[in-house]
Design a binder for this molecule. Structure first.
Ligand SMILES: C[S@@+](CC[C@H](N)C(=O)[O-])C[C@H]1O[C@@H](n2cnc3c(N)ncnc32)[C@H](O)[C@@H]1O
Length: 155
């Protein structure tokens, strides 16, 4: 079974130190993944500012699901404002406007794939186990990597 703890957040200590020190206000995690950074950032900002607001984005619904479960206990604290949105990070200005924010205190972009992607053969990101050549970050998109290499012209 896939768990959020399966993904180890990179540069966690440094990331949290920088974002905990950012002024009070909204912090954006634009690549939420399994929510490891988000959880640590929320806890650190809660300890430092007595309040923590985080907007988490991911284009992969599975990541949002994992992160949502991981962050549920932290988000139940009335001093925490947590909003999770399925979106690409290039839609951040629109998402911020839709949620009534005109400024942010910090933004984290942890670019790349998550352990979840390589650990699930059916997502097609890894040769470690048999699976389709898929590689879609957003599984609702119509074109897989297999479609692309097998049907698109070389140029
Ligand atoms: C390296 S992981 C993030 C891990 C996360 N920091 C954590 O602690 O678990 C990168 C995440 O970015 C997401 N992602 C990739 N491209 C994206 C895009 N264009 N917009 C939003 N999310 C994207 C992936 O689905 C993946 O969950």
């Amino acid at each position: 079974m896939m768990t959020a703890a399966a993904h180890t957040p990179v540069l966690l200590e440094r990331t949290v130190a920088l974002l905990a020190a950012a002024p009070p206000g909204l912090v954006v995690d634009a690549t939420l993944g399994a929510g490891g950074h988000a959880q640590a950032i929320l806890e650190a900002r809660l300890a430092r500012h007595g309040h923590a607001a985080l907007l988490g984005l991911d284009r992969d619904p599975e990541a949002l699901d994992l992160a949502g479960h991981r962050l549920a206990t932290t988000a139940a604290d009335p001093r925490v404002e947590l909003t999770l949105v399925r979106a690409r990070f290039d839609a951040l200005p629109t998402v911020l406007a839709e949620h009534g924010h005109d400024r942010v205190s910090g933004v984290l972009l942890d670019l790349g794939i998550s352990s979840m992607h390589v650990d699930r053969p059916e997502r097609g990101f890894s040769y470690r186990a048999e699976g389709p050549l898929d590689m879609r970050m957003d599984p609702d998109l119509p074109t897989t990597a297999g479609d692309l290499v097998n049907t698109w012209p070389a140029e």
